[in-house]
Design a protein around this ligand. Structure first.
Ligand code: ASP
Ligand code: MG
Length: 462
């Protein structure tokens, strides 16, 4: 049987009880398949209070010359409490307590040095962040040992070779081979992997960003490749990917299946599914991804996999929304029969580091959406050289996503009339050329009513 690579999110390993639940999930899987488990830093349900956030807060405080102890004390308390609850063997518990205290003592010493020099390099930041995954994975390995399952604990803090200096596609290809080789199960033991890889040139936060454990898991999975890896599983605190965010749309339901392209669109347009780099890497390797719920392991979850050709489906698979959007429009009369206007606009955006999501053009204007309003304001004066600029904030993007709409005429029309029927005004409309996403910009206060209307239109009429 192929290896199942299981990623456990921070909430899934957030307490002692949860660590034991995760151990049971791994043991259950082991009846059928070899397992590699990759673990994120411990967290509650609120990510901003999770270990990684506390560590980043401590690092920033230290670099500013401020006290950082409180954040590290919290991390220490959470881990000691969890292991007290999760581990029965007194010897093992003593070992683990010593491990946690030793790690955090080293971290405190390191942060003290940073407090003195008042500066933190990306490499030092990586070292601080790595502590979170090192602690959680070591704890999970201990809990499994406590339950009688032999493990190999593997820390990836120094997984990137010193001679690597540039983060580019060949870097990740080399790295995935290396990680797969290191993480393979050996001698019947379950590898428990810290879901962090370092020390990345320029820092992991810049190269990958938060949520890097998904990507670590993806690298290992893709490195093992089809045939060796049977499935990558992402264990979270939800039942899977929904037709819409269930907090906003009470009638939303879990999808049994979704294609990688659809899941990627949902990620870019507001649904927190997986780290955006993850999907492509794993599905290119032709390994399916399954999202599962740690708190309800019997639920089937959602499988991310290519749909067999010819399978019949509705046009829309899911709907999503993204708030906090700012739009800008530049109007130029010179655009008629002129060339170079677009290049001018995008040149300015590039110079100021403005990231745009949606773009819509007419002969005399171009409109774009951005998330980072501050970067747009920095670019404003330069944009004004090119035409009349208007900026609107407090907007949201509503999107419908589905591969089925390629073959179904009328999807856009239905979306717009559903929104019209609840008096939601559309300010900008775009359709990706891949024809699996139609998006529009609305006022932020219309997000939920709009989302419910399009969900009702497409998902509640079968
Ligand atoms: N713990 C890290 C974060 O919060 C990585 C992860 O959870 O994937 O960003
Ligand atoms: Mg105990």
């Amino acid at each position: 049987m192929g290896i199942i690579i299981q990623k456990f999110g921070g909430t899934s390993v957030g307490t002692g009880e949860r660590l034991r639940q995760v151990a049971a999930i791994i043991q259950n899987t082991l009846h059928q398949n070899p397992v590699i488990a990759v673990v994120s830093a411990m967290s509650g349900t609120v990510k901003t209070e999770g270990t990684t956030s506390l560590l980043l807060e401590a690092a920033r405080a230290a670099a500013a010359g401020e006290p950082f102890d409180e954040a590290i004390d919290r991390v220490e308390r959470q881990h000691l409490l969890a292991l007290d609850r999760a581990v029965e063997s007194p010897e093992l518990e003593t070992d683990l307590i010593a491990f946690v205290q030793n790690e955090l003592l080293r971290l405190r010493t390191f942060l003290e040095a940073i407090q003195v020099i008042r500066e933190i390099s990306p490499r030092s930041m990586d070292i601080v962040m790595a502590t979170g995954e090192r602690l959680s994975s070591r704890l999970l390995a201990g809990v499994l040992e406590d339950c009688g399952t032999p493990t190999d604990w593997l820390d990836l803090t120094h997984a990137v070779p010193e001679q690597e200096t540039q983060v580019d596609p060949p870097f990740f290809r080399r790295l995935q081979q290396r990680l797969a080789e290191q993480c393979r199960p050996r001698n019947g033991r379950v590898p428990i992997i810290s879901g962090f890889f370092g020390l990345v040139p320029g820092g992991l936060l810049a190269a990958v960003g938060r949520g890097y454990t998904d990507f670590t898991t993806a690298l290992i999975t893709a490195g093992l490749g089809k045939g060796v890896a049977e499935e990558m599983q992402v264990w979270k605190e939800v039942d899977g990917i929904y037709t819409a965010d269930p907090r906003k749309v009470p009638t939303a339901r879990v999808l049994r299946c979704i294609t990688p392209a659809e899941a990627a669109e949902l990620t870019y347009f507001g649904s927190e599914v997986l780290h955006p780099f993850t999907m492509e890497r794993v599905t290119n390797a032709e390994v399916p991804i399954r999202i599962k719920n740690t708190f309800s392991p019997e639920s089937p979850g959602t499988l991310i996999v290519q749909r067999p050709a010819g399978e019949k489906r509705g046009p829309v698979t899911a709907v999503t929304s993204k708030r906090g959007i700012t739009t800008f429009t530049i109007q130029s009369h010179r655009m008629v029969n002129a060339y170079g206007f677009m290049a001018g606009v995008f040149g300015v955006l590039q110079r100021h580091g403005v990231v745009v999501d949606l773009i819509s053009t007419s002969e005399v204007s171009v409109s774009c959406t951005v998330i980072d309003k501050a970067s747009l304001l920095r670019a404003k004066a330069d944009l004004e050289q090119l035409g009349k600029v208007s900026i609107e904030s407090g907007r949201a993007i509503l999107s419908v996503v589905g591969e089925g709409m390629k073959y179904t005429p009328g999807t856009a029309g239905k979306m717009f009339s559903a929104l019209g029927a609840v008096n939601v005004n559309l300010e900008m409309i775009t359709q990706g050329s891949s024809e699996i996403n139609i998006s529009c910009v609305v006022r932020e206060e219309d997000t939920e009513i709009g989302l419910r209307a399009i969900h009702a239109q497409f998902m509640e009429r079968e």
